[in-house]
Design a binder for this molecule. Structure first.
Ligand SMILES: Cc1cc2nc3c(=O)[nH]c(=O)nc-3n(C[C@H](O)[C@H](O)[C@H](O)COP(=O)(O)O)c2cc1C
Length: 297
């Protein structure tokens, strides 16, 4: 929806920068197509648990058959968030043509031209039902997800298991103790419960809570500059995930825009490290990072 070139160019740029790319269950490129187009990319598959057990198993089996390295199970989406702006703006798949979208169309003829002359948008890995994303979530996603589902994946999925959307210390500890390979502190960028906790503020206590386990700790939410990434690592994350930062890049310039976004982030990480006087991310310690308003110790 951001750009007609879609997921394949993001996966391609990820490979150039040596970072993994996560394809969404709701992607507009299928599991198999992305694997064929981006053989050199470290591919992770983001899984939404389906109510229908057959579809649920099929997605996992397809990701395994296509050689994905990890499944990232998202657990903050048992029902869709309010997302009133999606409804107001006609943000559906395919996009709704209302008077307002027509007026927008006039402002971005190139985007519409590309949209209308390339393969129609669809949830490529699914048998799509159409409608807004929230409607789709409510009709097909399983709201009764529990630790049993995580345990099922641990047994049935051959690769690494990452759980995304963790929003409190106890859940993080429970998952780490259950043997997941990583937890992602995330509030879905505020798109689900829009007054939920800020992941970065949870980071230090979660780090302490899972320190005796083998689980890695990832975080996302609002990382828009390299210094945000350095801050997350400094507070104890093993990796900082980015979503909107590259989406802005792809909207501005397709493949070249994603590459530029990655270059900017990489350059800013390096420059922040130079300015802080460190030569390796291992040298970052929590006392080097301070929350706004927090007294300096
Ligand atoms: C347009 C858009 C689509 C998203 N789709 C998904 C998705 O399909 N699955 C998922 O787990 N998270 C999804 N997210 C949430 C992001 O993965 C991420 O958690 C959130 O945007 C916060 O990171 P950011 O601030 O770097 O974007 C989506 C976010 C955006 C903005």
């Amino acid at each position: 929806m951001m750009h007609y070139q879609g997921e394949p160019v993001v996966a391609k740029v990820a490979a150039e920068f040596g970072i993994p790319y996560t394809l969404s269950t709701l992607g507009t490129t299928s599991i198999e197509d992305l694997a064929a187009i981006a053989p050199d990319t470290r591919k992770w598959f983001q899984l939404y648990l389906w109510r229908d057990k057959t579809t649920r198993y099929e997605l996992v089996e397809r990701a395994a058959a296509a050689g994905y390295e990890a499944i990232m199970l998202t657990v903050d989406t048992v029902v869709g968030g309010m997302r009133v702006r999606d409804v107001e703006n006609g943000l559906t798949i395919p996009p709704q043509l209302t008077l307002k979208t027509m007026a927008d169309m006039a402002k971005y003829p190139k985007w519409w031209g590309n949209l209308l002359t390339t393969k129609p948008l669809e949830f490529a890995s699914l048998k799509s039902t159409g409608g807004t994303v929230a409607e789709l979530m409510n009709s097909v996603f399983d709201p009764s997800i529990t630790m049993k589902d995580v345990e099922w994946l641990k047994v049935n999925w051959p690769g690494k298991l990452i759980v995304k959307g963790v929003q409190n210390v106890n859940d993080a500890a429970m998952l780490a103790n259950a043997g997941v390979d990583a937890v992602v502190l995330s509030n879905h960028g505020g798109r689900q419960l829009d007054r939920s906790v800020v992941p970065l503020e949870l980071l230090p206590s979660v780090k302490t809570a899972i320190s005796g386990t083998n689980a890695q700790l990832f975080i996302d939410g609002g990382a828009l500059s390299g210094s945000d990434i350095v801050g997350g690592i400094g507070l104890g994350a093993d990796a900082v995930l980015v979503g909107r930062a590259y989406l802005y890049g792809i909207m501005a310039g397709g493949e070249a825009g994603v590459r530029r976004a990655a270059q900017i982030l990489q350059g800013e990480v390096e420059q922040t490290m130079r300015l802080m006087g460190i030569t390796s991310l291992d040298q970052l310690t929590p006392d080097m990072v301070r929350f706004r308003g927090q007294a300096k110790s």
